[in-house]
Ligand binder design. Structure first.
Ligand SMILES: [Zn+2]
Length: 514
């Protein structure tokens, strides 16, 4: 007898339906064909043990299991349940007529319990697209899958429950209220900007960055609060839309990094990899391609602390995704694309000792050493950063005297208002949602200056010794400042504030007080 069960295989952040054909004939062998990897091949032992636990057994006959399409490599142990149910159906222990209605996935432990698998969000989306009535998954994966509307999601704890269900024992589908998840997220006690006392200039700069989607670098001495500020960025970025939440969740789902009590990521991710990270871990890849940190930060923030400490090669691989907002990972037989649209925040000390420009402590570095240190950040990478921010060091007693700052919610209201202006401006232009994403044509259209503005900028460029690459960055940031100000035109005050965020471009960095 031949039966068919259905599983699914993730490919990038999408899924492809896998058909598992099981044929039980006279004979005594077990064959598994259709490009399975070693973990799938080992499933025979796990299946035999799990079935034995419930008094079933693999029939002592010739069993052929064919997984299709054959040109896609099937990885891991997630097909244990798909195959086991196929074997039971082919030997008459499970009613075969129900099998065509479900995608069935799950890893088996030796005592027949179901262990979670990766990527159930894309798997469920694909099952729905293919017209399946439902998905049958390990209990701990069920709420993640149930985020998808319009398909029944069943969660089981053991293979026995799956067998009983397919043989007619009713089971309640798992439901998740996505609306409620969003409401909860809005009130979750996240890190808040009101915790940061002082630093009004840095906070203002980060508000501008959030409003226009600008990449920033923060330069400050140890203890100036760079990390504290960066960690609070997600709390002032606009709330996620359902579409964004699904995209980000998919990436975390296929990486197996989604916590089991978080069915949907409704807050923007904040990723802060250590400077020892490898190229592959940062941008994605590997022999079984996986998304990297930049994709896990999709629709959120990627924070690289102590930027000059990162390997040069790591910083180089970051450049292209910063431009394209996605990354393509190529392997001999496949090439997959992962989205990677994130806000980039970098932080570094102003010099090797950390105290260049500090009010109390003396910098021990030679000017030449400071310049070498700055040069570790390549020009092309710096080119993709719009704003340079300098959180200053404050004395502890001064900090205690200060009152609490504005809450993240208050700041976020202004950010959202400025983003609405940008949304209307870029309506109908694919891939452009905020000022930072403007290409050449949009830039010319929306960053136009009048005669006095041009004069002011020309003067600043010459007097402060800016490099040419600063010009567009200054104008884009000025555009955002004008949006926050509710002004259609970029006014002189917007320009001069934007000029203040380009200090690293000045030729005399390291030779004078910052
Ligand atoms: Zn120093």
């Amino acid at each position: 007898m031949i039966v068919k069960t259905f599983g699914s295989c993730t490919y990038g952040i999408h899924a492809i339906t896998i058909t598992v054909e099981v044929s039980v004939e006279i004979g005594v062998n077990f064959y598994l064909v259709g490009l399975p990897d070693s973990a799938v091949k080992e499933s025979q032992q796990r299946i035999a043990s799990a079935l034995g636990y419930y008094g079933y057994r693999i029939p002592g006959k010739r069993i052929i299991i064919n997984m299709a399409p054959a040109d896609i490599r099937k990885e891991g142990s997630a097909y244990d349940l798909t195959i086991a149910i196929g074997i039971l159906a082919a030997s008459g222990k499970v009613k075969a007529d129900a099998l065509g209605r479900f995608v069935i996935m799950g890893e088996l432990s030796l005592d027949g319990k179901l262990k979670p698998v990766r990527g159930v969000l894309p798997i469920t989306l694909e099952a729905k697209k293919q017209g399946f009535e439902g998905v049958l998954l390990p209990q701990s994966n069920a709420s993640e899958a149930a985020v998808v509307d319009g398909i029944a999601v069943y969660g089981a704890q053991t293979i026995k429950e799956v067998v009983d269900f397919l043989n007619g024992t009713p089971m309640q589908p798992v439901r998740v209220d996505t609306q409620r998840l969003f409401t909860q997220a809005a009130y979750a006690g996240e890190l808040d900007f009101s915790d940061v006392r002082g630093q009004e200039n840095a906070k203002r700069a980060l508000e501008i960055a959030a409003a226009g989607g600008h990449n920033v670098i923060m330069i400050g001495s140890p203890g100036s609060g760079k990390t504290m500020l960066a960690k609070r960025m997600p709390s002032i970025l606009p709330p996620m839309t359902l579409e964004e939440a699904l995209e980000t969740t998919k990436i975390h789902s296929v990486s197996g990094k989604l916590p089991h009590d978080v069915p949907l990521m409704t807050s923007r991710p904040f990723r802060a990899p250590h400077h020892t990270i490898s190229d592959v871990a940062l941008v994605g890849g590997g022999s079984h391609p996986m998304p990297g940190e930049i994709s896990l930060a999709h629709h959120g923030v990627l924070f690289l602390d102590e930027l000059p400490e990162f390997k040069r090669s790591v910083l180089e691989v970051l450049r292209q995704p910063l431009e394209d907002r996605c990354v393509t990972v190529s392997r001999s037989k496949m090439s997959v694309e992962y989205p990677a649209s994130f806000m980039f925040i970098a932080a570094m000390n102003p010099c090797p000792c950390g105290y260049y420009g500090h009010p109390d402590k003396k910098c021990a570095c030679q000017p030449q050493r400071i310049q070498q240190y700055m040069h570790k950040i390549s020009g092309p990478l710096l080119d993709r950063i719009d704003m340079h921010i300098f959180p200053y060091s404050i004395r502890q007693e001064e900090l205690l005297g200060r009152k609490k700052g504005e809450s993240s919610l208050q700041i976020r209201e202004r950010v959202v208002k400025a983003r609405k202006i940008q949304e209307a401006r870029f309506k109908g232009i694919p891939g452009v949602y905020c000022n930072a994403q403007m290409g050449e044509r949009l830039f010319r259209q929306y960053c136009d200056l009048d005669a006095s503005g041009r004069q002011l900028l020309k003067h600043a460029m010459e007097k402060l010794g800016f490099s040419a690459r600063a010009y567009n960055r200054i104008l884009k940031v000025a555009r955002t400042i004008a949006d926050l100000d509710g002004q259609e035109r970029i006014l002189p005050q917007h320009l001069s504030e934007a000029v203040g965020y380009r200090n690293l471009d000045r030729e005399n960095w390291g030779k004078e007080k910052p």
